[in-house]
Design a protein around this ligand. Sequence first.
Ligand code: ZN
Length: 194
Amino acid sequence: MAKSKLYQISKSSLHGKGVFARSDIPKDTKIIEYVGERITKKESQRRAEAQLNSNNGRKSKGQVYIFEINKRYDIDGNIPQNKARRINHSCAPNCVSFIEKGKVWIYSLKKIREDDELTYDYGFSLDTYEEHPCACGSKKCLGYIVRKEDRPKLKRLLEKKKKKAKKEKKAKKEKKEKKEKKEKKKAKKAKQTN
Ligand SMILES: [Zn+2]
């Protein structure tokens, strides 16, 4: 495969390996095609289910390589030729994925400096957020990979969860204190009767 002038694969501080700009890239540049196997929705579903079964019901990261092209077809990018699969997610990305005539392209969203890591929003749905923790480090990051539109919802969900955990912790503490008090009382009583 010919080496691209625009990008190179290198170790990422975000996750595993990443894709980096080899030179400055202007805004709105077509950088890399997300290549893969064109599969029907049915096959896509089958692969997702097979993956689920082989992981004891836990979803694996293999699924993140499936890209929706249209109502009938998906692209499974989990092949070695697909360098774009190395691009990491960020909640404040510098790239974006576009579908053009059945192909997936990664474009720059802004000017990217040489050696900067390329990132785009994976756009995962809210229902699977717990399986996709995010460590992109951006100010907008909520700790999970969830598409932009769902992030306000996730934020509320996480706040609710935090409150609940706090409440539960408090209740647990109170229960423990109550138990200790009771035991102390019991011990005292036992001492008196002796
Ligand atoms: Zn993030």
